[in-house]
Design a protein around this ligand. Structure first.
Ligand SMILES: [Fe+2]
Length: 339
């Protein structure tokens, strides 16, 4: 049912893409540039653009991604890195990945890119059972091409300009995440290494699915976060040992939301949530599907720009297709190394 609604919304989004240039001024979406309240250029250290759930499987979807990536790559945003938080493709088959990869390589001129695995990327068709190994091989082939890497597993680390990115991934084809204790132990080691050299910089942990009991996810019965509630708890405890951890996820397809929406989510939802002592949990809307039925934007193309300053991270909602800022901002103070 939701898949049909989302398919219809995607088609509507493609039509809106064609007319949005004409009407963007009516929507209050300017041609770009940092909003005045965030324009303290003297301390701006690094800028990250994030999109999630692009679900690429046809030319109309690719055209929307093309437009978004041209905005992300434009001089006025001065983007240092781009993160794709999974469900990059709708099916994870070769045709989908070819379309996604062509869009990125032709339209994204930002050098530093991270492509992570989502549950849709672990399928090669909608028929079950899915073949994880085949899907993983497709993901590794195309994500390595985009990133210029040679990864052999879906979990890995990157470091750009002294900022650590720790990428986690499900090890099964299920909608909810299946993460082994071996991967959790590896993540703990990587976080410890990143924290030792962070000097008060944020540490980014990227995973398609949110932790359980965050971002409207309940326990495993809700079939959306982590299949094993204990795994989610263990990961949360590991993340919370380290300061300035930002856990970035997608998967939910909900709109940018500061908690003021009247939409009745089962466990509540805000885009930025504070978990434990040290974790800032950020959940991205779907780029390809408009999210107005989930309390968000009527246009496809939403994502976030993170501006990192010496003492804080500012998160700015942006519609990358309409090339305009959205009425969503959040600021998270950073704990300094001296605290
Ligand atoms: Fe998705």
């Amino acid at each position: 049912m939701f898949a049909q609604i989302e398919s219809i919304l995607q088609k509507i989004g493609a039509v809106l893409l064609a007319i949005v240039g004409t009407f963007s001024s009516l929507l209050g979406l300017g041609p770009g540039g940092i909003p005045e309240e965030a324009a303290t250029e003297d301390t701006l250290c690094y800028t990250i653009a994030i999109v999630s759930d692009t679900h690429i499987d046809n030319a109309a979807a690719a055209a929307m991604l093309d437009a978004g990536l041209r905005d992300i790559s434009a001089d006025y945003l001065d983007t240092d890195a781009v993160l794709f938080l999974g469900d990059c493709t709708d099916n994870g088959n070769v045709e989908n990945w070819e379309t996604f990869t062509n869009s990125v390589t032709k339209n994204c001129t930002v050098e530093n890119k991270i492509v992570i695995l989502g549950n849709h990327d672990t399928w090669t068709s909608y028929d079950t059972p899915h073949d994880y190994d085949e899907a993983l091989n497709n993901y590794l082939t195309y994500s390595n091409t985009i990133m210029g890497t040679n990864h052999t597993t879906p979990y890995f680390t990157c470091e750009f300009s002294g900022y650590s990115f720790i990428v986690l991934a499900s090890e099964d084809t299920s909608v909810s995440a299946e993460v082994s204790y071996e991967q959790l132990s590896w993540a703990d080691e990587q976080l410890a290494a990143a924290a030792a050299k962070s000097s008060g910089k944020p540490i980014f942990v990227l995973m398609h699915q949110p932790l359980n009991y965050t971002h409207a996810v309940g326990d495993n019965k809700d079939n959306n976060g982590f299949s094993n509630n204990e795994t989610s708890k263990k990961l949360q405890a590991i993340l919370d040992k380290y300061e300035n951890v930002f856990y970035l996820s997608g998967h939910q397809h909900y709109g940018l939301n500061d908690g003021s929406s009247a939409y009745n989510y089962p466990y509540g939802f805000t885009t930025v949530e504070h978990v434990g002592e040290n974790i800032t949990s950020v959940n991205l809307p779907s780029f390809i599907y408009p999210s107005m039925i989930y309390g968000g934007d009527p246009l496809a193309g939403d994502g976030l720009v993170l501006n990192i300053y010496a003492d804080r991270v500012e998160l700015l909602g942006r519609n990358f297709i309409a090339q305009g800022w959205l009425d969503y901002t959040a600021t998270v103070p950073l704990k300094s190394a001296a605290d």
